[in-house]
Design a protein around this ligand. Structure first.
Ligand SMILES: *Cc1c(COP(=O)(O)O)cnc(C)c1O
Length: 392
């Protein structure tokens, strides 16, 4: 009998080793990993640079607490601010925590500047912002709310169009929170025009723009952050998943003016930004630069999208390929779960996003040969679970 809680539906396979794009199970069987641990191991499994950084730091100093200076935090904050155009960073341990900090910061800043009445945050349909009580309240998905009422007040869920957003803005609105590509919601990219429109609305109404790049950040979409492709700047940016290539870490970045609301004692985290974690993050960010992985994500992402587009021609049940860089979704006309299970049988790890979207997240280090193999296995899985369109 298991002593684990049953909150996950797990596949009956345990991986014991990983290297690059490959994972190995207890029987020594090899799998091609197009999930990257849900957008986490963007450099592939056990990248030697990150492994070495963790090993060296583990032998030197693991944890001290935020009562003291942590030079690694200064180094990572400087790098992230230089990359994002923001000014200040706060470190925590997960995406939900990064969003929690963003929500608290937005409320505190807005109350100080405009008054106690200004606290409400607008979020979008199909969004996903995490599983803590505040972030689940920000997430407009009834499935994630069931049994957890009362939810946290102060959020309003809005349809994904500028008119609806503008209509939802009231004197109590303080921020708009959104993902540039909605990952869990079904790999739904927001257009640059929409994102620019949201930025304008924020400027007109004195609202903060909070971008949740927990999934899209750290090169996943072909630029370090997805917002860079829309030509906008956020006031607050949240990161996590791939930031430490598998070491748990989250970050909330903000402009100088907004960040100034976090004075000593207002927010904190025991584990946030330990020397060990910061060493892994620094190695991750340096490796992306050294190995030219943003360019590789663009090129491999285009190859992947083209090959998926090819599959659309041959399978009636596939209706659309969408996404950016190496965050790609394929829309099915039926539940995607059987296809995901069949891919696993064949040695290919893939994800779903919502009920009917297949989600592919290969590491940024993926090669053309890996893409070729992945598509071959995916097509084999499609043939076994779905009947192809008869060819003339
Ligand atoms: C995964 C995810 C989160 C939650 O991150 P956790 O580390 O699981 O708390 C929040 N926002 C987005 C966009 C995500 O993809």
């Amino acid at each position: 009998m298991t002593h684990l809680m049953s909150n996950y539906g797990r596949f009956p396979v345990a991986f014991v080793q990983g290297a690059g794009t490959r994972l190995y199970d207890e029987a020594g069987r090899e799998y091609l990993d197009f999930t990257s641990g849900i957008a986490v191991t963007n450099l592939g499994h056990c990248h030697p640079n990150v492994t070495q950084a963790i090993q060296q730091q583990a032998e030197t100093l693991v944890h001290t607490s935020n009562l003291f200076q942590i030079p690694g935090q200064e180094a990572v904050a400087q790098k992230l601010c230089q990359l994002s155009g923001l000014d200040r960073a706060f470190f925590c341990n997960s995406g939900a925590e990064a969003n929690e900090a963003a929500i608290k910061l937005a409320r505190k800043h807005s109350k100080e500047v405009y008054g106690e009445h200004k606290f409400e945050i607008l979020t979008l349909e199909d969004a996903f912002h995490g599983r803590t009580l505040a972030t689940v309240s920000a997430t407009p998905r009834p499935k994630f709310h069931e049994g957890f009422a009362p939810l946290m007040p102060g959020f309003q869920h809005v349809a994904k169009n500028l008119a609806a957003l503008e209509a939802a803005i009231s004197p109590q609105t303080c921020a708009i929170l959104l993902e540039p590509v909605q990952g869990e919601g079904g790999v739904l990219p927001l257009t640059p025009e929409f994102l620019q429109g949201v930025r304008n609305l924020c400027d007109q109404h004195g609202l903060l723009l909070i971008l949740d790049e927990v999934q899209t950040g750290i090169g996943r979409t072909g630029t370090m952050f997805a917002f860079q492709q829309a030509g906008i700047q956020p006031d607050i940016l949240t990161l996590a998943k791939a930031l430490g290539n598998g070491i748990p870490v989250g970050a909330t970045l903000a402009t100088e003016q907004v960040a100034s609301a976090f004075t000593p004692g207002t927010h904190g985290s025991t584990f946030g930004g330990t020397p060990l974690v910061m060493a892994a993050v620094l190695a991750t960010l340096q490796t992306i630069e050294e190995e030219g992985l943003l360019q590789q994500a663009v090129e491999m992402g285009e190859q992947l999208a083209l090959r998926l587009q090819d599959l659309l021609e041959h399978y009636d049940c596939l209706s659309e390929v969408r996404g950016l860089g190496l965050l790609r979704g394929v829309v099915l006309d039926r539940p995607v779960a059987p296809l995901v299970a069949k891919c696993l049988d064949l040695g290919l790890l893939v994800l779903s996003a919502g009920e009917k979207t297949l989600r592919l997240l290969p590491p940024l280090t993926v090669s053309s040969q890996d893409i070729h193999l992945g598509i071959k296995l995916l097509e084999q899985a499609l043939q076994e679970v779905i009947t192809p369109v008869a060819q003339p």
